[in-house]
Design a protein around this ligand. Structure first.
Ligand code: ME8
Length: 528
């Protein structure tokens, strides 16, 4: 588990939109995985960024009355600010208008242009596209996928309006990749998660694949096709290539490429599974490159039971959430409230329930009461953790200590399945167990009757809280750091990484600072 490398990516966000709850969600989930792996001793590359080419962005720039590049510069900054706001620890923030990315996109194009399909035909050929296109999704759709609305307009399954397109276009010979892809899914059962998405992709591919239009000629905002500059590359071929650009492609002999490629995981929303699980592996294989280990698709958020949209007035900006609840509370809520992979609903009531229940009453209260007892009963000096004397005491301590010692591995097992909600559940099981231990051992009574036992109990609890705080860092980084400060754990990697759990137990006699609440309760503002 330790000592390896871990390359993970978020989707790159279209710059036509303002950042919202859904974008923050993908970023927070990936951030948690990245932080976890770093603390677990892996060399992590965590990539995010913005997707800036294509018809959709060109149109948004036109509507805003600015040049596309100036538009991208402005909106990309909003996403960069969102990553700061949500405390995202990305190692790179890529923009697809950067020269290094344009070079990488042209290089993959040339590699594909030279390659043959699994059936021995050219992977790239020039033709003419005539069919349906949804600008909102930047996707081509077959007639059989569309439905006609009451307004007489055809719509894609995503609800996006489609338009008829006829233009010269290069095609990627996707139809020849059907068996190859099915074979890859069969031989790598973990390639697509969760299983429901794997089944969905498999049946889509089994249904037959048509060749994919990979260049456009009716607008110019894109990466020019090498050797035929009337064409710009289809935005998805350009966009997906960002995952290679970040590791130095086309320099496949460079240190970053050799260390990090193939990616360990692309985390995506369920809406963009087809691009990542069908087109991307075929492009990579055609270009002679290794495929990512895994693509994991998370679900979709609604808000108070409705699809989020500006027109419905329920569009939630990350800034608004952080101002109202605090960044750690928002992160915790998003990761805990729905199984990672499933859809969920964002409601004020649900957030407040988590803040006042799991955070304030359970974890916050455990920390607060134990640290306050160490302050008032022991003058803030951490007591010694000797072995208990009676069999009952030994059993009680042993149960808690045993569970706490196994927590790192229990959480890691869930993280490796991207079960972020279950990872939190494992942590909170120990919170609950520790709260019961406090009630049963009743240190406030021991203070009068058995000061030696009091010291043992408080030490066991302080060590339990240290474990909980170290393992909670990836999820709620600020609160966990504050708690580790209150336990006087030095603020460095050596003392806060997962190996420190065993290697650096708390030292008896250490002076702890005065405790302060780490998870405040949410109090509704009085109606005015
Ligand atoms: O798709 N709930 O960008 P994008 C949950 N540029 N997640 C949501 C969401 C919601 N309501 N709305 C958006 C793109 N997302 C492409 C990606 S990758 C090479 C190119 C999340 O800005 C979801 O993860 O439209 C989606 O995949 C991501 O935001 C980016 O959406």
């Amino acid at each position: 588990m330790s000592g390896g490398k871990f390359y993970l990516t978020t989707p790159i966000y279209y710059v036509n939109d303002s950042p919202h709850l859904g974008h923050a969600y993908t970023s927070v989930a990936c951030d948690t995985l990245a932080r976890f792996k770093r603390l677990d001793g892996e060399r992590v590359l965590f990539l995010t960024g913005t997707d800036e080419h294509g018809q959709k962005v060109a149109k948004s720039a036109r509507d805003a009355g600015v040049e596309p590049q100036a538009f991208c510069d402005r909106v990309s900054e909003n996403f960069r600010a969102m990553t700061k706001l949500m405390n995202i620890s990305n190692d790179q923030f890529i923009r697809t208008t950067e020269p290094r990315h344009i070079a990488a996109s042209q290089a993959i194009w040339q590699a594909i242009a030279k390659s043959k399909s699994p059936k021995g035909r050219d992977n790239l050929y020039l033709g003419k596209y005539s069919g349906w296109y949804a600008v909102r999704d930047e996707a081509f759709y077959g007639e059989d996928e569309l439905t006609k609305g009451p307004d007489g307009k055809f719509r894609a399954p995503s609800g996006a309006e489609v338009e008829w397109v006829e233009e010269p276009s290069y095609f990627f010979r996707l139809s020849d990749w059907q068996d190859w892809l099915l074979d890859h899914y069969a031989r790598h059962p973990d390639f697509i998660g969760p299983a429901s998405r794997r089944n969905e992709v498999t049946s889509f591919v089994k249904g037959g694949l048509t060749d994919l239009s990979v260049s456009r000629t009716s607008f110019a905002w894109g990466v020019p096709v090498p050797g035929d500059e009337k064409h710009v590359m289809y935005v998805w071929l350009d966009a997906l290539t960002n995952y290679l650009t970040a590791v130095g492609y086309p320099d496949t002999a460079g240190a970053d490429f050799k260390t990090f490629w193939p990616a360990d995981i692309h985390v995506v929303g369920k809406d963009i599974v087809r691009f990542h699980c069908v087109y991307w592996p075929a492009f990579l294989a055609a270009a002679g490159l290794a495929l990512p280990e895994r693509v994991f698709a998370h679900g979709w958020w609604t808000v108070e039971g409705q699809k989020m949209s500006k027109s419905l007035g329920n569009f939630i900006a990350p800034q608004q959430l952080v101002d109202q609840y605090g960044v750690d509370a928002v992160r915790y809520f998003m990761l805990r409230d729905l199984p990672f992979g499933a859809d969920g609903d964002f409601s004020h009531r649900a957030v407040v329930g988590r803040i006042n229940g799991d955070l304030a009453n359970d974890f916050g209260n455990l920390a607060q009461r134990v640290l306050s007892m160490i302050q008032s009963y022991c003058g803030g000096k951490l007591p010694a953790g000797a072995e208990a004397t009676t069999a009952d005491q030994r059993r009680a301590d042993g149960e808690l200590i045993g569970k706490v010692a196994g927590l790192r591995h229990a959480v890691a097992a869930e993280i490796d399945k991207q079960a972020l909600h279950l990872a939190l559940e494992r942590i909170w099981e120990i919170v609950a167990m520790a709260n019961r231990y406090v009630d049963e051992q009743a240190p406030w009574k021991l203070k009068k009757t058995d000061p030696v036992r009091l010291g043992q109990v408080l030490y066991v609890l302080a060590e339990t809280i240290r474990h909980l705080a170290i393992l909670a860092q990836p999820f709620v980084p600020q609160a966990a750091a504050k708690l580790l400060d209150q336990l006087a754990v030095p603020d460095d990697f050596t003392h806060r990484c997962f190996n420190a759990l065993e290697a650096h137990p708390l030292a008896a006699g250490a002076q702890l600072p005065k405790p302060a609440g780490i998870f405040p309760r949410y109090v509704e503002a009085a109606a005015s």
